[in-house]
Design a protein around this ligand. Structure first.
Ligand SMILES: Nc1ncnc2c1ncn2[C@@H]1O[C@H](COP(=O)(O)OP(=O)(O)OP(=O)(O)O)[C@@H](O)[C@H]1O
Length: 366
């Protein structure tokens, strides 16, 4: 190191700035110094510049200081995300801004479609306002048993149609209005996630409560979500809330990839007029929103009586074989998997290939 450089460094050390130096070069008499300002405020940068110029001209008058003050990029707020759940590979959260748009129906049918593709699937009903999975999976009144795992007592999810299920409804009753505050709900959910013996799961589908308030934030922060799906009807009032839902996941402190938007109740076709489509809640609303805000459009589900009936009798419509409804859910689920693989940059390439192959999607672009 040239002596000029040594002396320059000694000055910086004396000033307590050595850790902020990004680059120090001496060329002839030129001392090139790139230094980071700890504050982006202009007056702070000016103060640092002045202090350096005065000190260098006094202590190193033969040197010609060429100063470049860098502003440290604002530190991102720390992402608040729960720890991984051992054995659970991917967690897909299904959310809607507005209530009653069919989020739980979509969740149950996506879980079934994933299972039909050959994946091992769990479904967590986190809808604290109206847990509907016990009804939709015909397991009302069931209670998870306790199992011993490595000397610890854990909840064993209830199984129905090959899906492992846990619902707040198993503990509080489905007909009971549950008015929980955020921290309480988040704590109960956390227990259902952490104290449950889910075993090995390719996918855990989480049916979130509708909305984007504090309660949702605390829930979303508890669960290490891989990607989020937003369900909306094409109606303006639902779309405005769906947009808020997308923004919630894209917040810096949450930062969960939005896998896309599903349009539910897109249109109605009466059985006696199979070629007619009636756009009861408006046309293409969710599709247009997806395009506008740059998130994938995952597909549309029409308003079909058998979907409602299937949900009510506890046998999700996607379980039917060779029906248009089942293939609609299958196509949407494939699009979700494809989007997940494309957006999840922490997914190892082998896993990306495995899940796209199993889902029957086109090859993973990884
Ligand atoms: N595509 C569809 N065709 C016909 N009925 C549907 C469809 N999707 C959902 N439904 C029915 O609409 C009602 C509301 O659906 P669901 O409970 O899934 O909505 P949600 O958004 O989860 O509601 P919540 O706000 O209570 O969580 C249910 O009766 C359901 O069976």
């Amino acid at each position: 190191m040239s002596s000029l450089k040594n002396r320059a460094m000694a000055i910086l050390e004396e000033m307590g700035l050595e850790n902020w130096v990004k680059n120090l070069q001496v060329m002839g008499n030129d001392i090139v110094l790139d230094i980071v300002s700890h504050s982006p405020a202009m007056h702070e940068r000016k103060r640092l510049e002045q202090a350096l110029k005065i000190t260098f001209s006094e202590q190193l008058p033969e040197g010609n200081l060429k100063l470049n003050i860098l502003v440290e990029s604002q530190e991102k707020p720390a992402e608040i995300k729960g720890n991984d759940i051992p054995g659970v590979k991917n967690i897909i959260a299904i959310s809607s801004g507005k209530g009653g748009v069919g989020k739980s129906t979509v969740s149950s049918n996506i879980a079934i479609s994933l299972q039909k593709m050959g994946f091992s699937v769990g479904l967590l009903d986190a809808d604290i306002y109206g847990p509907s999975m016990p009804t939709m999976f015909d397991v009302e009144g069931h209670q998870p048993h306790s199992v011993q795992v490595n000397g610890k007592s854990m909840m064993k999810p209830v199984e129905s149609y090959g899906i492992k299920l846990l619902s707040i409804g198993f503990f509080a009753g489905t007909d009971q209005a549950i008015v929980w505050r955020g921290p309480m709900a988040a704590k109960a959910l956390n227990q259902m996630i952490r104290d449950a013996h889910w075993g090995e799961l390719d996918f855990l589908v989480v049916d979130l409560p509708p909305g984007t308030g504090d309660i949702h934030l605390s829930i979303v922060q508890q669960i290490p979500i891989t990607g989020a799906v937003i369900v909306s009807t094409p109606q303006n009032i639902a779309l405005a809330d769906a947009r808020k839902g997308v923004s919630m996941f894209q917040m810096e402190a949450i930062n969960v990839p939005v896998l896309g938007i599903v349009e539910n109740m897109a249109y109605f076709t009466p059985a006696e007029l199979p070629n007619n489509k009636y756009y009861i809640f408006g046309q293409n609303g969710a599709k247009d929103l997806a395009e506008k805000i740059g998130v994938p459009f995952l597909g549309e589900i029409p308003l079909v009586q058998s979907i409602r009936e299937a949900a009510d009798v506890g046998r999700p419509a996607a379980l039917q074989d060779n029906t248009e409804v089942a293939s609609t859910y299958m196509k949407i689920t494939q699009n979700i998997v494809q989007s997940l693989v494309e957006r999840n940059n922490t997914l190892p390439p082998t896993e990306a290939v495995r899940i796209t192959t199993m889902a029957g999607c086109s090859a993973a672009k990884k």
